[in-house]
Design a protein around this ligand. Structure first.
Ligand SMILES: [Zn+2]
Length: 365
């Protein structure tokens, strides 16, 4: 299916310098034209893990307590308990989420702790809740749980997105039990998307936060800039990244972070894609930037090392980490075999991998 122009990452409009014989026009009134070479570059990229929910979040309806109560009482409703922020799963025959029925979950569920993830096309409501808050004696403690990061690449893309949504929201509720304005206790409201101060003199509403992070593939001709933190696995390098600051555009944040960490100046910055990253609530904003200088000076407070790497080296590293199907952060293979890799890069589940992949395989692979 062809994406509409409105969904296209902005920077990718510039990929196609060739003049094609055929162009595609968006069917919206805007009628934006898209070149075939652009579609060729985009189609192989199916989006980042943790993005791509198949549910309607019902953002307007969920404010109505009566509507929410009806959804909670729907016999078809499905409930996902997170235990210590881990995902309940059925491991076999293939990993999948272990959704509970209302009857199974009812001991712990009220409108005060059920978070609405959304409604599917069959109008089935899906909820998540914090099973740990009920204490170790609940039956939910006996289910099989996996770390969200470990299980996300193995389950359906839409379900991984729901895990990101559930994990970020539950973590936020845990950290925001008291009003930041007056210090009084807060309580969950709005199907899990609000915490309301319980003080009658205050009553402020608090909303879940998302922390934007820029992550950027910086290129200079046939080389790209990679860096490593001290805590990274041996031989592991990734694209540079950093939190955005208030009053800063995405482009400005990219240029500032690269300058601070490696003293490289960046000119043009293009958007690639984004990825929810629920640790606890980041949004990774993936960009590609053109370096205008190439003399690296590493900020030792920020990085252990930074270097330019040839495109061919990155291509081999991308192929290798994909073929071996491991995540350096959740498996031990690379540490056990330090000489195996010329360059160790992030696994496909990370947007850094996708940024590198789009550079070494511009036509998709
Ligand atoms: Zn308050």
């Amino acid at each position: 299916m062809l994406p509409s122009a409105a969904n296209l990452p902005l920077g990718l409009y510039r990929i196609a310098p060739r003049v094609p014989k055929l162009r595609l026009s968006c069917t919206t009134p805007a009628g934006v034209q898209m070149w075939p070479t652009i579609m060729h570059a985009l189609n192989p990229f199916e989006g980042n893990i943790f993005a791509g929910s198949h549910l309607d979040r019902a953002g307007n309806a969920r404010r109505d307590p009566a509507w929410l109560a009806t959804q909670l009482g729907d016999p078809a409703a499905r409930f996902l308990p997170l235990w210590q922020l881990k995902a309940p799963i059925h491991a076999k025959p293939t990993p999948r989420l272990n959704w509970l029925s209302g009857a199974q979950a009812q001991e712990s569920l009220t409108s005060a702790n059920a978070i609405l993830l959304g409604i599917d096309k069959e109008q089935v409501p899906h909820f998540a809740f914090d099973a740990e808050s009920e204490g170790d004696t609940t039956p939910f403690a006996n289910l099989q749980y996996e770390e969200v990061r470990s299980i996300a690449p193995s389950i359906a893309r839409g379900d991984a997105s729901l895990l990101a949504q559930a994990r970020s929201l539950i973590d936020w509720h845990r950290r925001h039990g008291f009003c930041a304005v007056c210090g009084a206790p807060t309580r969950m409201a709005g199907a899990g998307y609000v915490r309301r101060c319980t003080s009658t003199g205050c009553g402020v509403q608090h909303f879940p936060r998302t922390d934007p992070v820029v992550i950027m593939m910086i290129v200079h001709g046939e080389r790209c800039l990679v860096g490593r933190q001290r805590w990274f696995p041996n031989g592991f390098y990734s694209t540079l990244a950093g939190f955005m600051e208030p009053g800063e555009s995405i482009e400005e944040a990219v240029r500032r972070e690269v300058w601070e960490e490696a003293s490289i100046e960046v000119g043009e910055v293009r958007y690639h894609s984004s990825q929810p990253w629920p640790y606890p609530s980041s949004l990774m904003i993936g960009c590609v930037g053109e370096a205008t200088t190439d003399n690296i000076v590493v900020d030792q407070h920020e990085l252990d090392d930074a270097r330019w790497v040839d495109r061919d080296v990155v291509r081999r590293a991308i192929d290798q980490v994909t073929a071996k199907s491991f995540d350096p952060f959740t498996k031990t293979g690379p540490r056990d075999e330090p000489g195996e890799f010329e360059l160790l890069v992030p696994a496909p589940m990370a947007i850094a991998h996708q940024l590198m992949r789009s550079w070494v395989y511009p036509d998709g692979r």
